[in-house]
Design a protein around this ligand. Structure first.
Ligand SMILES: NC(=O)c1ccc[n+]([C@@H]2O[C@H](COP(=O)([O-])OP(=O)(O)OC[C@H]3O[C@@H](n4cnc5c(N)ncnc54)[C@H](O)[C@@H]3O)[C@@H](O)[C@H]2O)c1
Length: 340
């Protein structure tokens, strides 16, 4: 499969596809430091010479872990010509790229995404970060990996819940910008559930192209990049009110997309046939859109907090139709109505 390149000003990134997961080297560098978490180390870390291993999970996305990576770099005598290689999901990718962005004022980073979410989303577009002060991704930088090395065979060892969760971002990406992928999700659903490497290579490449196009047009999130948040205002509110871990991120995003469809229909923005079709697709991918015991007030408060504003109107990414997305302000009353 041909590599996918992002070449716009401010971002230069190539996503390559491999059939076997071999750790990328770089003949032009003095040092490579591989960063794994405890799971990816067991799976893929065997041949790495210089490596640092961080505990797995979102809690490890912290200053302490970044300090551990930087200390390893210092101990190895890494220079500005050295390369950091993050092998793992979004947590390892975001953290490795952040460490690379501040070590000696910025070194190169290569990412090897090993979760579906990291392949289709986190490794692409240059956002790095760690959680800080109780807030997700509060501290970070824009520092695109110049190479992303993707091997869809790595998906076979991913726990079912993680894999399924990543599929919500795939549905979102298809809805935002790829009609063929949207159709393919239905036609090839069984192969996708079966993690067929060839089918997933095409799915991932298509998602990367859509994200690349959106990010290239708007690296620093002044406009179109906000589209990537389709369903996410609802999802973040659900994750924070239900308690992190109650739902996977993908379950929250899938529900959030269904709420975005309901909101768009209520304010006469979204074509009813499309709204029905997307919600059907979400169900076909075994996500629930009817969640019990929702705390409507808590959700609205969380959404206002998420937007860091207290007004009677909230901003949402909505869709008029497939691949036709807008960002608009909506009265809180309309949001309440579709949460009840
Ligand atoms: N930078 C961005 O643009 C961006 C976009 C979306 C999400 N993110 C970030 O991504 C993070 C979530 O990423 P994630 O969902 O990949 O979670 P994760 O990195 O925590 O990985 C999930 C779990 O899967 C394990 N794992 C990874 N690859 C495996 C494999 N091939 N086989 C078996 N187990 C494997 C990990 O050890 C971990 O336990 C969040 O911190 C989020 O903020 C960043």
């Amino acid at each position: 499969m041909d590599p996918v390149s992002l070449e716009a000003s401010g971002i230069s990134q190539t996503v390559e596809f491999q059939r076997e997961l071999t750790l990328p080297g770089d003949p032009d560098t003095d040092h490579l430091l591989y960063v794994f978490d405890t799971n990816t180390d067991v799976l893929f870390g065997g041949s790495a010479s210089d490596k640092v291993v961080i505990s797995d999970g979102e809690e490890a996305k912290s200053w302490e872990s970044v300090a551990k990576i930087l200390q390893a770099a210092l101990k190895m005598g890494m220079t500005r010509r050295s390369v950091f290689v993050g092998v793992g999901g979004g947590v390892i990718g975001d953290m490795t790229a952040f460490a690379a962005s501040i070590y000696m004022r910025g070194c190169s980073v290569v990412l090897v995404p090993t979760t579906l979410l990291a392949m289709v989303d986190a490794a692409v577009g240059g956002k790095t970060g760690i959680n800080f002060g109780g807030y997700k991704n509060m501290v970070g930088s824009f520092h695109p990996a110049h190479r992303v090395v993707t091997c869809t065979e790595a998906l076979t060892s991913l726990p079912e819940r993680e894999y399924h969760s990543g599929l919500a971002e795939v549905i979102k990406t298809a809805a935002l910008g790829d009609r063929e992928l949207y159709g393919m999700l239905r036609d090839r659903r069984d192969a996708i559930f079966g993690r067929d490497s060839d089918v997933m290579r095409e799915v991932v490449a298509r998602c990367v192209r859509v994200k690349a196009e959106i990010v290239e047009a708007d690296l620093t999130e002044q406009g179109r990049r906000a589209w990537l948040n389709l369903g996410h205002t609802f999802a973040h509110a659900l994750e924070s009110t239900a308690g992190f871990g109650a739902y996977t991120h993908g379950e929250a995003v899938a529900w959030g997309m269904s709420r975005a469809m309901a909101l768009g229909r209520r304010i006469d923005i979204t074509a009813p046939d499309y709204a029905r079709d997307l919600v059907d697709l979400i169900h076909e991918f075994r996500f629930s859109t009817d969640l019990p015991d929702l705390d409507t007030d808590g959700l609205i408060q969380a959404m206002a907090r998420d937007k860091k504003r207290q007004t009677s109107r909230l901003r949402f990414v909505l869709q008029k139709n497939l691949c036709d997305t807008i960002v608009t302000e909506v009265d809180t009353g309309d949001v309440e109505a579709i949460l009840e």
